[in-house]
Design a protein around this ligand. Structure first.
Ligand code: NI
Length: 477
């Protein structure tokens, strides 16, 4: 007898996501046979940006999300550089990498300890206060001294994250929402004191990654090795690439590319990205590229179930995130699953920390940190980078020196999308199908799959009424 389960809102993610699944007995095993992922809020930043001074974009788009602001700051700086034909200074490029790197480190540590690990650990007797209760407790969870150790590291990770934010703020001005990102570089200066302060914090954070985070992730993988077979999903991966290592942006620490139907491809064509809206609350046309994208909300649209659009590459569903980046870069090829997402994220954290140690040594004390810029009368551009949880793209068109059109395509748009016009379920929806559910009253397995993507709904959608599913909202430019 099929049973419908709804987990909404999913906790320990950024923003508001509802998951609805149908569970049935297949070959003697109770498992998910259908899934719906719904973003229950509207974002609308595209409408806010229209008619603004282009230089507002790095500041305003960082307010899309408190978890990925640095990535939006980077994407909006890159998109304006493309539209206004500005090349960042070497110092400016490196500074932005260091600030974004600091954000990746804190975000990946946050994901492992504070968002994902609690799906696997029985914290009974260890965390008995709000917000850790009520919670699911299932027989397969890690207990005893291993659980106590992980809870200690959970607390330690809070302090390490604080230090990562402090490190980013040295050159970012503040964290989150760096005030220093601009097209052409970074508004901060470089002093030897800043460099040594940054190095000192990075050394401490790197030691935590190497000696605590990675061993804990490996221990979790061994305890839940069966999760290498859960949450496989579409098995297509896409990465815009991030951390430019040269001024032209052609060399990246984590390369651009995709893995589609079993084949690796090193290039991406912007025109191959389209967004369907058949099942999204929008009246704008379906299948538009973000460059010509439109965001016209329609609250009561028949058949729609999400405020997230359905981005596709060549009309094919792709997953984005650390596993996609590490796969495309050739650094991780073990497999695609809920546990592989956790392991690729941990290994990427180590790789980025190592690279940051090199970059900080490449800064020129007292050197120029930003290029001169004039606001172009007209121009178009694409700014592709990565957030900790996957590919972020900004598209702009400037007319009369003002923003005429702006579109943001966030990682959770790719991962948590609803069905597209062809009826193909999104990446998380596909990953949920086949997930075993042992206890219908405690479907923790669903959370393990959803959390492995580290969804950020604030980036994808934005506006709600408390206590209701998304309803009538009027946004005017
Ligand atoms: Ni976000």
């Amino acid at each position: 007898m099929p049973t419908t389960l709804r987990v909404g809102p999913v906790t320990r993610i950024e923003g508001h996501l509802d998951i609805e699944v149908t569970v049935d007995l297949v070959n003697g095993r109770q498992q998910v046979v259908a899934a719906k992922s719904s973003g229950t809020m509207f974002r609308g930043f595209e409408l806010i940006l229209k008619g603004r001074n282009p230089l507002d974009a790095p500041h305003l788009t960082q307010r899309i999300c408190g978890v990925c602001p640095t990535s939006h700051g980077m994407a909006s700086s890159l998109v304006l550089e493309a539209a206004m034909k500005i090349t960042p200074t070497a110092n400016g490029r490196i500074l932005r990498n260091l600030v974004l790197g600091a954000d990746f480190l804190q975000s990946h540590i946050l994901h492992f300890y504070h968002l994902a690990a609690l799906d696997y650990v029985n914290t009974t007797g260890l965390l008995e206060k709000s917000p850790w209760v009520p919670r699911y407790v299932t027989p397969d969870m890690i207990g005893g001294s291993v659980a106590a150790n992980l809870v200690n590291h959970y607390v330690q990770a809070l302090d390490i994250r604080r230090k990562a934010h402090r490190m980013g703020a040295i050159f970012g001005g503040r964290m989150p929402c760096s005030s220093s990102f601009v097209p052409g570089g970074c508004t901060t200066t470089v002093t030897s004191t800043q460099v040594s302060d940054f190095k000192s914090l990075l050394t401490e954070i790197t030691a935590f990654i190497n000696n605590v985070y990675l061993p804990d992730a490996r221990a979790l993988e061994q305890a839940f090795i069966s999760y290498r077979d859960v949450g496989k999903g579409c098995s297509n991966l896409l990465a815009y690439g991030v951390f430019d290592q040269d001024t032209a942006g052609t060399q990246k620490l984590l390369k651009r590319g995709r893995y589609t139907n079993g084949a690796n491809t090193a290039t991406l064509a912007p025109t191959s990205i389209t967004e369907d809206v058949k099942y999204s609350y929008y009246s704008s046309a379906s299948g538009l590229t973000p460059a010509s994208g439109a965001t016209t909300p329609l609250v009561d649209k028949t058949g729609a179930y999400s405020w997230i659009k359905a981005p596709r590459y060549e009309r094919t569903v792709h997953e984005v995130g650390p596993l996609a980046r590490m796969w495309v870069n050739g650094d991780y090829r073990r497999g695609i699953s809920a546990m592989d997402r956790i392991m690729a994220r941990a290994l990427e954290t180590q790789k980025i920390a190592q690279a940051m140690a090199t970059w900080v040594g490449q800064l020129t004390v007292g050197g120029a940190t930003q290029a001169t810029r004039t606001i172009a009368a007209t121009g178009t551009g694409i700014g592709w980078t990565e957030a900790p949880r996957g590919a972020v793209g900004h598209w702009v068109r400037i007319t009369n020196s003002l923003i005429d059109q702006y579109q943001v395509l966030s990682p959770t748009g790719w991962n948590a999308s609803p069905r597209d016009d062809l009826g193909q379920p999104g990446a998380i929806e596909q990953a949920l199908i086949g997930t075993p559910v042992a206890d219908l009253n405690q479907p923790v397995e669903l959370l393990r799959v959803v959390h492995s993507f580290d969804p950020c709904l604030a980036c994808s959608v934005h506006l709600a009424r408390p206590g209701e599913r998304a309803r009538k909202v009027v946004v005017t430019a």
